[in-house]
Design a protein around this ligand. Structure first.
Ligand code: CMP
Length: 138
């Protein structure tokens, strides 16, 4: 059964001109891009998005980075979308990511790691609702 997940092409990948290559990898892996937009977010908006990480030592670095330039939030759909996107992204730390994954190819560090993907159904629902209105999700 088809499932939806949420993803962001992060500011490092957008700055380096990797947006189209990352979208091509996502489509080649069988995901339908349900909706996508280009936008910038404030540090406060990044803090709201990553609230579950508020106690982590890297929270300030993470939220400053995510508000440092344009991003592409999107909603993706396929069978097992959440698990399959995480496989396609590779490990959070690109040094540990498998060959052929998005982070292995396009990310430079654990902080600047090119792409975000939801880790569970509940987080996907929160993250989709954080960036998109229902009318954008048909
Ligand atoms: P993401 O999947 O967007 O979810 C949380 C993010 O925190 C993660 O990707 C990383 O980019 C970031 N992160 C995790 N660990 C660290 C770290 N040690 N230093 C900086 N950023 C980190």
């Amino acid at each position: 059964m088809s499932q939806r997940t949420f993803s962001i092409i992060k500011p490092d990948a957008v700055r380096k001109g990797y947006t189209a290559a990352i979208l091509a990898a996502i489509e080649k892996a069988g995901f339908k891009i349900v909706t996508i937009k280009r936008m910038s977010i404030s540090t406060a908006q990044a803090e709201g998005f990553y609230h579950v990480h508020a106690a982590r030592p890297f929270f300030g670095e993470l939220t400053r980075f995510m508000s440092s330039g344009p991003i592409f939030p999107m909603v993706l759909e396929k069978d097992k979308a959440i698990a399959d996107l995480r496989l396609l992204m590779g490990a959070t730390d690109p040094a540990k990511a498998d060959e052929g994954t998005i982070r292995k190819q396009f990310a430079s560090s654990i902080g600047e790691n090119a792409i975000h993907g939801s880790d569970a159904e509940e987080t996907a629902a929160f993250e989709i609702g954080y960036f998109f209105a229902g009318i954008e999700l048909q």
